[in-house]
Design a protein around this ligand. Structure first.
Ligand SMILES: Cc1cc2nc3c(=O)[nH]c(=O)nc-3n(C[C@H](O)[C@H](O)[C@H](O)COP(=O)(O)OP(=O)(O)OC[C@H]3O[C@@H](n4cnc5c(N)ncnc54)[C@H](O)[C@@H]3O)c2cc1C
Length: 659
């Protein structure tokens, strides 16, 4: 029976909600905090910040991660920056404006009150990180510098060159290390959560595998927090780190946690194009480059054909023959339209034959105008490491002069194309970040909470750190206030034994298939299906075909997989097989959600639902809700429940980036 979910948002006008909420907080008695244990799975920006903050507040934290150090969590990949409504530029920014831009950027499918809270705490995050010593870029006078990201007409993105995620993670890591030193955080590196343990309907612990020895271990706590990142790697090729997987989230989903809006997948417009079938990873070129880089394709089809054949180069095409299609279509935001809009526009041009490389699936990102205006030194200061990264991969340095036409210098442009990058969907959480399983919380990219159908650039770090430093440490206390009188359960309980046995049996099953295909070959095929049928342009027919193909491939996985080695000791192939098993569950979930949502919004583009100009066409009358899915067993269709969205402060309207 489908349920209507309640997000537990307190009544009152949106801007007051969070303040009121904090004021009414039932904080756990400080003495009891010392007795309460919390498991935090993940040491990315969300997990590390939460673990450090909870420990600082007095709780005992067990913190797990797959990598050998928290510093190697996927969050270090974040390049461009983190948003906050400081208004250091005096350009009219405010908490309300950041809130409004984020709700609009998410195509009016985010929970309004959550986004307001996010905008409000954004400024605290910057103060926290500066206090930790994060080396944000500064203006000549010492003020923190800002740049712009898509979907905003103000400069509110704080950055540390093109390495913002790494610097923020080092900040969080130092706070975490201080708590490890103080004995309040126990760190379990090279450990992977294999299941969540539910006792009497509440999350009471996890089964984790020591990845080096292969041994399964049981951990119990008063609450479990997962901060395990997104599910972009379901598509095989994505900008995510190779180790990113959605297994922890899928384990929780299988145990009863609802999964929200899985079809909201972000395709980032500025990635290095796919260049062959042997690739296992795609590289992002940060959105920050769109501050100074201009995106174009040729106006004439014959020029595009010559570029594709390699008989002409981009820099040989004069200004008047270039189509800066984003500036043409969206004059108000130009190259800084949100990612979903920019990605679709690139696909539209390439589908029409204007692609600029040998596959026809690339557009130019050109710095000629800005280098001519600002000089190469300024551009290198802003994007030096990104230019070097591009050169390392493609052997082209975007700062090299290539041609001069009528006295104007033309530099070698980058080539870019959209790629899977981020997942807005995730484990459903209420306003307190608690899942549908009491005692189980989800934060950062692995929950669904704040971005709606499309995330604006530089908002993921903001959300992860908001959740970890400022939201969860308050909200989890509402749950723990009642739990303070409960002793931690014993790991000898049958629920722990059963969960461990099931994980062990599953490992045996995978090892004993002894088929012919490697994990990667099947994963790559799944990725092709996802990209082809559940990717940038979706149709009902295509989604049904995709689901059918996924079922067939899953059968192949279950009968013809080959996993070498044993479960004793390190076995990366076995770990990958477990991840792939869960990517199958995830891929099907994305397709079911996409099929049920007969509208286009943000990153979910159903080709049947578009305007004459090719823009996404929402259906607010029928789909103004969060789609929440409940697991119904392998091979069965999950069940959809709905959380109606409620907007009080913002008028829901059609997105407009043209004027
Ligand atoms: C190339 C790239 C650039 C980006 N740039 C930006 C940017 O400029 N600005 C921005 O706002 N966002 C950016 N993003 C998005 C942002 O980096 C991520 O959304 C964010 O870092 C996610 O943080 P997280 O803490 O939720 O998860 P992650 O950083 O993915 O961390 C997940 C953690 O969970 C652990 N884990 C996972 N599964 C298990 C398990 N089963 N058991 C134990 N541990 C587990 C991992 O070890 C890791 O510690 C970028 C993303 C990419 C891919």
């Amino acid at each position: 029976m489908a349920k209507v979910l309640n997000s537990k948002i307190p009544a009152g006008p949106v801007p007051e909600k969070w303040k009121e909420y904090k004021a009414h907080q039932r904080l756990v008695n400080p003495k009891n905090k010392l007795k309460l244990d919390i498991i935090v799975v993940g040491t990315g920006l969300a997990g590390a910040s939460a673990a450090a903050s909870l420990a600082e507040m007095g709780f005992n934290v067990y913190n797990f991660c797959i990598q050998d150090s928290p510093r190697r969590a996927h969050s270090i990949a974040a390049q461009g920056g983190i948003n906050a409504a400081k208004c250091y530029q005096n350009d009219g920014d405010s908490v309300y404006r950041l809130f409004y831009d984020t709700v609009k950027g998410g195509d009016y499918r985010a929970r309004e009150a959550n986004v307001y809270r996010l905008a409000e705490v954004s400024n605290n995050i910057i103060d926290q990180c500066v206090a930790q010593g994060v080396p944000f870029a500064r203006e000549y006078g010492g003020m923190l510098a800002n740049r712009s990201f898509g979907g905003a007409q103000v400069s509110r993105t704080f950055y540390a060159k093109g390495q913002t995620g790494q610097q923020l993670l080092l900040g969080a890591y130092s706070s975490l290390s201080a708590q490890v030193q103080a004995g309040k955080v126990k760190l379990f590196t090279r450990y992977e959560m294999e299941d969540v343990v539910i006792v009497d309907g509440r999350a009471r612990g996890i089964i984790a595998k020591n990845l080096t020895t292969g041994k399964l271990e049981r951990f119990s706590a008063n609450a479990v927090v997962i901060a395990t990142g997104g599910y972009g790697n379901t598509y095989f090729l994505s900008t995510n780190a190779m180790g990113c997987n959605c297994s922890a989230a899928v384990q929780c989903y299988r145990k009863g946690a609802m999964f929200a809006n899985p079809s909201y997948v972000q395709i980032h417009p500025t990635c290095i194009p796919v260049h062959g079938d042997k690739q296992s990873k795609l590289t992002l070129m940060s959105e920050s480059l769109r501050n100074d880089g201009r995106i174009w394709v040729p106006k004439k089809l014959e020029d595009a054909k010559a570029l594709q054949a390699g008989t002409k180069q981009g820099w040989e095409i004069p200004e008047e023959d270039r189509d800066y299609y984003l500036e043409r279509r969206y004059p108000a935001f130009g190259n800084l339209v949100p990612r979903d809009v920019a990605s679709r526009a690139a696909k539209e041009r390439c589908d029409k034959g204007f692609g600029v490389n040998n596959t026809g699936l690339a557009v130019f990102l050109d710095f000629s105008e800005s280098i001519n205006r600002l000089g190469i030194d300024v551009i290198m200061q802003r994007y030096g490491n990104l230019f070097e990264m591009y050169e390392e991969i493609t052997d082209v340095f975007p700062g090299d002069v290539a041609n001069e036409i009528n006295g104007v210098k033309y530099y070698k442009p980058m080539m870019i194309y959209p790629a899977i990058h981020y997942t807005m969907g995730g484990i459903w959480v209420d306003y307190e970040l608690q899942t549908t399983i009491p005692g189980l919380f989800a934060i950062g990219e692995c929950n669904f909470s704040d971005h709606g159908a499309n995330r604006l650039g530089a908002s993921a770090l903001m959300q992860g750190l908001a959740d970890g430093y400022f939201v969860l440490p308050y909200t989890i206390q509402n749950y723990l206030a009642d739990q303070a009188v409960w002793p931690k359960v014993s790991t000898d309980l049958p629920e722990f034994a059963e969960a461990e046995k099931a994980v062990d049996a599953e490992q045996d099953r995978l090892l004993n298939i002894k088929g012919k295909r490697s994990v990667d070959s099947i994963h790559k095929e799944l990725g092709h299906i996802m990209w082809e049928y559940v990717g940038m342009g979706r149709t009902a027919e295509g989604l049904k075909t995709g689901l059918k193909k996924m079922h067939e491939l899953e059968k192949e996985f279950d009968t013809n997989l080959f996993v070498p080695g044993t479960k004793e000791g390190l076995n990366i192939e076995l770990d990958k097989a477990i991840h792939l098993r869960d990517f199958f569950t995830m891929g099907q979930l994305v397709a079911f959600d996409a099929l049920s949502r007969n509208e286009s919004c943000g990153g979910h583009f159903r080709e049947e639902y578009q305007t004459e100009e090719g823009e996404a066409k929402r259906d607010d009358e029928n789909y103004f809700y969060v789609g929440c899915w409940e697991y119904k067993g392998k091979g069965n269709e999950p069940e959809l429940s709905k959380e109606p969205l409620e907007y009080e402060a913002i008028k829901v309207q059609t997105r407009n980036y043209k004027n």
